[in-house]
Design a protein. Structure first.
Ligand SMILES: C[S@@+](CC[C@H](N)C(=O)[O-])C[C@H]1O[C@@H](n2cnc3c(N)ncnc32)[C@H](O)[C@@H]1O
Lengths: 273, 366
């Protein structure tokens, strides 16, 4: 299988997330046939693995979600990325697929062509790495994450949720299109396990202020210190692996580069009342 | 036309008017009390606007009744129908509810729910959906608020800490138009033609009733899907237009009306085991305007009000005062066109087209 070429998959930059798209989604999380996405880890819906080793696998769940994953760079890439912030303490790898081989990661992307490209890319990566079985732990769905996350994930299922370079939607009237908002944060809190992490990175100062404000004000999220980010392999990944992060880096990217300020990471803690 | 009940007396609404059969009274919704600093232009706009009643609700203690109107007005009356407050909210309300403590929950068409405290402070934004909220309910203990929307979703949030979502009740295939909490369970009705009963704290479905199974005339669905087809909407069931639920011993009695069906269907759901049975179907003499379910089933058609006994569906000799009142004011009681069709999603998708174009391009190798 040859690698898909991006030029066949270009699409308008923004799609209205509030519009009625005809997207396929299961009627509830238990009706989702994950075997289509992770054939190594799931049997077809309703079927069971009959040997013991495989029956363990069915207990797996998607634990990382990359919301608005674009072309899927965070999940996995074709080539080694240039490490822009070399750090001796981290053995840098190219995506969630490598860095967290035991974890199932799912990307969600609204734009059909982009999602299609990312899907083909993952299939090609799997094909190329057949001997090692790599890239079986990442997949992507075309979905409107603002409306349909509850159909894919159960309460407390996710350990990490990523929002890398979300669309800024500058106009005030379009603020309701922003993927991080007080209401949607309540949804994300619902899908995250207690202690789960929400990662977001942007090179747009205005959006950064917005996100900080709403995340800080939300009763269920707590900011974690930059100190405790040390040693978190995902920090390097979110700064370097996605397509958008590479573009920002190529274009000079002072905003993003080196400034942990633009990487806001939040620890989720359940408020008891 | 809407129906509510205050201290066992029925209250009907039509357009901008409350109709009170018990006291033989009509009350028109007055213009709102406006803040003093409005410009002439703003005032004009306010007064010109349509005061059609969009939602009516009564307090549990029977002391208050409130209505919301098309022009964003909320009017609260006491039991003697004296105005207690009359104010304007920011966006057109689709549903209002009293809490036990007399505060008011207001859901609006943009998908937000606000809490208006009795002490007139700024309203508190409680939660938001990304599409129109069609109905809202509070659990009996008031620890949960349940909202349903034009998508297929029912959201169960803690109350008043609504940032903490307890569950989503998922399974409906179309917009959800009614949610009712009764006897510790949630009952919902949808455009997919089903009524579902839920353990709402867990988000688990307990039973599902396909009301279309009781529709004898297949042509009704054919006709409706023909109409919707022209609008590029696929429908596979006649949508439920209204649902009401009461408790009868250890059972629930659920009444539903379906789009273009003349009758009101009655179901019984056992609270233990959640088995359900068809109780009956009651057909009005003339086109169904509205039904109201409480101790009895009231059916309002274009001629009269008929009252049926719930357990045996027998026609009860209806009360004379109501009959005369209805006869006299029938012309006021226009049916509001039930625009259920706008709730369906016009699906636009260019994916198919895109895939075909891509295939061509790949083949031509450009
Ligand atoms: C600027 S791109 C960033 C892509 C990727 N995260 C990266 O860093 O390269 C934002 C992406 O989010 C997607 N998106 C926007 N709203 C979305 C939604 N509601 N659900 C899923 N994806 C969405 C857009 O289609 C776009 O591909």
């Amino acid at each position: 299988m040859s690698l898909p070429q991006k030029r066949f998959f270009r699409q308008r930059a923004h799609s209205n997330p509030l519009a009625d798209h005809s997207l396929e989604f299961p009627s509830c999380p238990s009706k989702m046939d994950w075997s289509e996405h992770f054939p190594l880890f799931f049997t077809k819906l309703g079927e069971r693995f009959n040997d013991e080793e495989n029956s363990m696998k069915t207990k797996k769940k998607v634990e990382f979600a990359d919301v608005g994953c674009g072309y899927g760079g965070l999940l996995g890439s074709f080539c080694e990325v240039q490490v822009t912030v070399p750090r001796a303490d981290i053995n840098f790898k190219v995506g969630l697929a490598d860095t967290f081989p035991e974890v199932l990661s799912l990307g969600l992307e609204l734009r059909a062509k982009v999602a299609d490209y990312a899907h083909k890319k993952i299939l090609a990566l799997r094909e190329q790495n057949k001997s090692t079985g790599k890239y079986q732990n990442i997949s992507i769905v075309r979905a409107n994450a603002m409306k349909y996350l509850p159909y894919f994930f159960e309460k407390g299922q996710l350990k990490k949720i990523f929002f890398l370079f979300p669309d800024p939607h500058f106009k005030k009237s379009k603020h309701k299109w922003r993927i991080i908002s007080p209401h949607l944060l309540s949804d994300y809190a619902y899908f995250l396990a207690v202690g789960g992490l929400l990662y977001t990175v942007t090179d747009v100062a205005e959006l950064y202020e917005w996100e900080i404000k709403h995340l800080s004000e939300h009763p269920l999220f707590m900011r974690i210190s930059n100190e405790s980010l040390k040693g978190d392999a995902t920090v390097d990944l979110i700064l370097n692996s996605s397509e958008e992060s590479k573009k920002v880096t190529r274009q000079g990217g002072d905003n993003k580069m080196g400034e942990i300020y633009y990487v806001s990471l939040f620890l989720f803690a359940l408020v008891v009342f | 036309m809407l129906v509510a009940e205050l201290n066992s007396a029925l209250i009907l609404t039509s357009g901008d008017t409350l109709l009170l059969p018990a006291s033989n009274q009509l009350i028109k919704i007055p213009p709102p009390d406006v803040p003093p600093n409005l410009t002439k232009g703003q005032l004009q706009v306010l007064n010109k606007q349509d005061r059609t009643i969009t939602s009516v609700t009564t307090s549990r203690d029977g002391k208050h009744i409130a209505v919301s109107t098309e022009n964003k007005q909320i009017v609260v009356f006491d039991a003697a129908f004296r105005i207690v407050s009359n104010f304007i909210v920011n966006r057109a309300p689709s549903k209002i509810l009293f809490t036990k403590s007399g505060d008011m929950l207001v859901a609006d068409r943009t998908g937000d729910v606000y809490l208006y405290k009795r002490e007139k402070t700024e309203p508190v934004l409680l939660l938001g959906h990304l599409s129109m909220i069609l109905d809202m309910a509070l659990s009996e203990c008031e620890k949960y608020i349940i909202t349903c929307d034009r998508d297929e979703k029912i959201r169960v949030s803690r109350f008043p800490n609504t940032y903490n979502i307890a569950s989503f009740c998922l399974g409906h295939d179309e917009f959800v138009i009614r949610v009712v909490v009764i006897k510790g369970v949630l009952v919902s009705a949808s455009g997919d033609g089903t009524v579902r009963v839920w353990d709402y704290v867990k988000g688990a479905q307990l039973c599902s009733i396909d009301t279309n199974l009781c529709v004898k005339d297949e042509k009704l669905l054919e006709e409706f899907s023909g109409v919707m087809d022209r609008e590029k909407v696929d429908v596979t069931a006649l949508p439920i237009t209204d649902m009401q639920v009461v408790c009868d011993g250890d059972c629930l009695v659920v009444a539903v009306s379906l789009y273009s069906c003349r009758d009101v269907q009655l179901y019984r759901v056992e609270l233990e085991g959640y088995n359900w049975t068809v109780l009956n179907s009651v057909e009005p003499v003339d086109a169904l305007h509205k039904f109201y379910l409480s101790k009895n089933l009231y059916i309002f058609d274009s001629f009269k009000v008929s009252v049926y006994n719930l357990s045996n569906s027998a026609l009860i000799n209806s009360d004379k005062q109501m009959d005369e009142f209805y006869e006299k004011h029938k012309n006021v009681l226009k049916i509001s066109e039930n625009e259920i069709t706008v709730l369906y999603k016009r699906k636009f998708d260019n994916v198919q087209e895109y895939l075909e174009r891509k295939k061509l391009r790949l083949e031509s190798g450009k």
